[in-house]
Ligand binder design. Structure first.
Ligand code: NAD
Length: 279
C-alpha cells in the first residue's frame, strides 16, 4: 500500500496515478471536506479519461475504489512509501515528517513532492534520513512524464533505487538530481516566469504578447504567464522566496506584481483569476 498526504492539486493527481497502476492508496488530508475535494477531483479527472475512451467506466470505478480517503496519518501505518504533497512551508512539512516518522513502518520510505525546500532539512526532522527523498511530480501528474528524484544528504542508494523503480513502473521518466534550492526544474523555470511577470509589470508587452512570443518563438507549449496561473501564483511566490533566501542571490527577487496579485487573492486557475480569467 502507498500513502499520499495532501489531496490538493498535486496530491490527488499522485494518488490517481498510483491507483491507475494498481497500487492501493490511502489519501490523507487535514479534514473530511479537503479530502472529499481531492476525491471529487480524481473522479472528475477519471470521468474525462473515460469520455476520451482511454478507460472504461468499470476501470475508472476500480481506480477510485483502490483509493481510501482518510484524515489521519495513523491510517498510513502499513504503507511501504508515503508521498507528502502538502502546503509549501518548511515548518509545516517538518512537523508532518515528525508525525509520519512515528506513524509508519520502520522500513517505509518518506518522499516529499516539495518544489523548492531542502530535502535534507525535511529529512533531518525524522530518525530515518536515509529513507527520505524528493519525488517531484509535475503538474498535471497524470499527463506529465517527468519525476525529478532528489537525493538528500543522507538518502541511501537503496531508497533512491526503490523510488526510481516505482516511478518507472508508473510509466514516468525519473531524473536524479542533487539537493539544492529549486533543484533543476524550478531553478530554471521560475526565473523565466518571474522575468515574464517583470515584462508585464514594466509594460514591455501584454500577457498575451509575452506568452505568444514564448510559445511561437521558443516552441514552448504554454506561455510563462499561463503556466504560472496553472502552477498557482502563491506557489510561484513561495518558490522564488526560497531561491532568493537559500541561494543568497537577489537575482531571484519576486516581481512586486506577483506579490500584489497573491495579496489580492488572484492565485491563477485555482482561484478563477490570475494573469488570465478562468470564469
Ligand atoms: P494545494 O494547495 O493544491 O494542496 C495542498 C493540500 O495539502 C491541501 O488540500 C491542504 O488541505 C493539505 N494540507 C495542508 N497541510 C496539511 C497537513 N498538515 N496534513 C495533511 N494535509 C495538509 O497544493 P499543491 O499545489 O498540490 O502543492 C503541494 C506540494 O506540491 C507543495 O509542496 C508544492 O510546492 C508542490 N508542487 C506543486 C506543483 C504545482 O504545480 N502546483 C508542482 C510540483 C510540486
Amino acid at each position: 500500500m502507498l500513502g499520499v498526504v495532501g489531496s490538493g492539486t498535486m496530491g490527488n493527481g499522485i494518488a490517481q496515478v498510483f491507483s491507475m497502476y494498481k497500487h492501493p492508496v490511502v489519501l490523507v488530508d487535514v479534514d473530511a471536506a479537503a479530502v472529499k475535494r481531492g476525491m471529487d477531483a480524481i473522479k472528475g479527472s477519471l470521468d474525462r479519461i473515460v469520455k476520451k475512451e482511454r478507460m472504461t467506466a468499470d476501470e475508472a470505478q476500480d481506480v477510485l475504489g483502490r483509493i481510501r480517503p482518510s484524515t489521519s496519518v495513523k491510517d498510513l501505518a502499513e504503507a511501504e512509501l508515503v508521498v507528502e504533497a502538502i502546503v509549501e512551508n518548511t515548518a509545516v512539512k517538518e512537523k508532518l515528517f515528525r508525525d509520519l516518522d512515528a506513524a509508519v513502518r520502520k522500513d517505509a520510505i518518506l518522499a516529499t513532492n516539495t518544489s523548492s525546500i531542502w530535502v535534507t532539512k525535511i529529512a533531518a526532522a525524522t530518525k530515518r534520513p536515509d529513507k527520505v527523498i524528493g519525488m517531484h511530480f509535475m503538474n498535471p501528474v497524470p499527463m506529465m512524464k517527468l519525476v525529478e528524484i532528489i537525493r538528500g544528504h543522507d538518502t541511501s542508494d537503496a531508497t533512491t533505487a526503490r523510488v526510481m523503480d516505482l516511478a518507472k513502473g508508473l510509466d514516468k521518466t525519473p531524473v536524479e538530481v542533487k539537493d539544492s534550492p529549486g533543484f533543476v526544474s524550478n531553478r530554471v523555470l521560475l526565473p523565466m516566469i518571474n522575468e515574464a511577470i517583470f515584462c508585464l509589470h514594466e509594460g514591455v508587452g501584454t500577457a498575451e504578447a509575452i506568452d505568444t512570443v514564448m510559445k511561437l518563438g521558443m516552441a514552448h507549449p504554454m506561455g510563462p504567464l499561463q503556466l504560472a496561473d496553472f502552477i498557482g501564483l502563491d506557489v510561484c511566490l513561495a518558490i522564488l522566496e526560497v531561491l532568493q533566501k537559500d541561494l543568497g542571490d537577489d537575482k531571484y527577487r519576486p516581481c512586486p506584481l506577483l506579490r500584489k496579485m497573491v495579496m489580492a487573492g488572484h492565485l491563477g486557475k485555482k482561484s478563477g483569476r490570475g494573469f488570465y480569467s478562468y470564469a
